[in-house]
Write a protein that binds this ligand. Sequence first.
Ligand code: ZN
Length: 86
Amino acid sequence: MSGSLAASLGGAPALTYECSRAGCREAAGQAIRWRNPKIHAEDRWKTWLACDEHLEFLREFLAARSFPLEVVPVAELSDRATEGGR
Ligand SMILES: [Zn+2]
């Protein structure tokens, strides 16, 4: 009764990021911040998360559309960055 699931997960990181690629459940190590100039305001950036395997796939997907983007380590993401603002 006093046992908790959290206790059994001791050592797990407080924050985990999951790859944004459809169907992929891998932990993401990198984040891609991007925006579509046609529909997003200049200060509106989206954030995709990518595991090592899908980073190139996702980056190429956006680059092929000439969207501005930048790749940053998830460690450098803030809470604000992952949700793209309020
Ligand atoms: Zn992935």
